[in-house]
Design a protein around this ligand. Structure first.
Ligand SMILES: Cc1ncc(COP(=O)(O)O)c(C=O)c1O
Ligand SMILES: N[C@@H](CCCC[NH3+])C(=O)O
Length: 423
């Protein structure tokens, strides 16, 4: 088996031991297919790299919030990084405890903060002074002490394939600018219902090299010194997520040992428990979006391959001009340069532009690769399309872990009799 879990046998693409046409026949298309063993492999690889350092891997639920994927990661010993009450609800539904949860995000509502405190989350990552005051007030009302971390914006230059996935640069909405950390720490004595337990950061996603991390860690450690000097009982150092995976053939895998060496070197002397928040790294390669070719079209000198999956199913190419390799499920002779496009009424609805692809015809199956992260979790119902099914493969077995939505699902919440209210 390849490291992604997907490989060709007798010219047919398999997910672990299961031929993808078998899944397409059983479940239809479009369907996300995930390989359990790839997720296990990536989790163990990262966990091993930090062997000997107290650490905990908190999977970033936003990357893939399928309950079965969450349960699988829980069974491996992961915790979760969440950014909404909805993600908390899912994590608890998948069997995580509050203590397994760190809660990030710039816009937590009072309701979400209360939900998190009631669940007993390990850390609420504070991203503004106003939020700090709100968390203290909610904790006071509930009669608890809120365990918090300050999410520091280290304001370093971050190297990502698209500007929208940087978070740790100057001027971004995330975290507390590094120069403001001491001011926030100075507020703490007046806020008796919060206890500062950690310092954290998250630089961005799909970070291509270690330079931003090297630049940011000393800044995080300087914030730690300030907090410690103020007598705060810090126990956790959260270095966020951001590990990249290869999407294109020429890209190499993230050097996990190098990453771990840099983080370990910085963290070891602190004596703190290290928290990691990987999303993409654990699940991206484990997933493909399985789609069927509906039509071939030739127009104005261009070739198009029209698929039954669209940007509502996988928005990354439209939103970030992200590259996803696309392979025929059954090896096909001949090649053509074409756009691979979906059925949505948007010109941005494409999976590939001017790409040399096999000369597939209507009815052929395609696998859009590296779709296990930020695939289904960013899917929408645009064009009133039902979101796709999800299948988990484990060795020779596969199970539907997310049922394809029906049109009835989409209208259910709007069917209730209207209750007009007067102004
Ligand atoms: C706070 C936080 N932690 C972790 C992640 C996970 O990032 P990635 O999937 O790149 O590992 C994100 C997303 O970028 C995030 O915003
Ligand atoms: N959604 C992004 C990653 C950013 C995650 C949130 N900070 C992607 O698909 O690559």
């Amino acid at each position: 088996m390849t490291s992604t879990g997907f490989d060709y046998r007798a010219g047919v693409l398999h997910a672990e031991e299961v031929p993808l046409p078998t899944i397409a026949s059983a479940v239809g298309t479009p369907t996300y297919v995930y390989c359990a063993n790839t997720i296990r492999h990536r989790f163990h690889q990262l966990d091993q790299a930090f062997h000997g350092v107290p650490h905990h891997i908190h999977f970033a639920v936003k990357a893939n919030s399928n309950l079965s994927i969450l349960s699988l990661l829980r069974s491996l010993g992961a915790g979760v990084d969440i950014v909404s009450g909805g993600e908390l609800y899912r994590a608890l539904a998948a069997g995580f405890h509050g203590r397994d949860v760190v809660f990030s995000g710039v816009g937590k509502t009072v309701h979400e903060i209360a939900q998190a405190l009631n669940a007993g989350v390990q850390l609420i990552n504070i991203e503004s002074e106003a939020e700090l005051v709100t968390v203290n007030a909610v904790a006071e009302r509930l009669g608890v002490i809120a365990p918090i971390a300050i999410r520091v914006n280290p304001e370093v230059t971050v190297d990502t394939p698209h500007a929208y996935i940087k978070t740790g640069e100057k001027g971004q909405k995330f975290g507390i600018p590094r120069d403001d950390v001491s001011r926030l720490v100075a507020c703490l004595p007046d806020l008796p219902n919060v206890q500062l337990r950690g310092l954290g950061m998250h630089l961005g996603s799909q970070i291509g090299n270690a330079d931003p991390l090297r630049d940011a860690l000393p800044r995080l450690l300087s914030a730690l010194e300030q907090a410690r000097a103020a007598g705060q009982p810090i126990a956790f150092l959260d270095v966020g997520g951001g590990l990249s995976v290869p999407y294109e053939a020429h890209e190499t895998e993230a050097d996990i040992d190098d990453y771990a060496r840099i983080v370990r070197a910085a963290a070891l002397d602190t004596g703190l428990t290290l928290l990691l928040e990987p999303g993409r790294f654990l699940v991206a390669e484990a997933g493909v979006l399985l789609t069927e070719v509906l039509y071939r079209k030739h127009a104005a000198g261009k070739d198009f391959v029209v698929t039954d999956a669209g940007m509502n199913d996988l928005i990354r190419p439209a939103l970030y001009q992200a590259y996803h390799a696309i392979d025929p499920v059954v090896i096909t002779d001949g090649a053509v340069v074409a756009d691979i496009v979906g059925p949505i009424c948007e010109s941005g609805d494409f999976f590939a532009k001017d790409r040399a692809v096999p000369d597939v015809q209507a009815g052929a199956l395609l696998a859009v690769r590296t779709a296990g992260a930020y695939g289904f979790s960013m899917a929408s119902n645009y064009n009133s399309r039902a979101r796709p099914a999800e299948v988990l493969v484990d060795g020779e077995q596969f199970a539907v872990v997310g049922v394809r939505e029906s049109q009835e699902d989409l209208v259910r919440l709007e069917r209730a009799p209207l209750h007009w209210r007067t102004a």
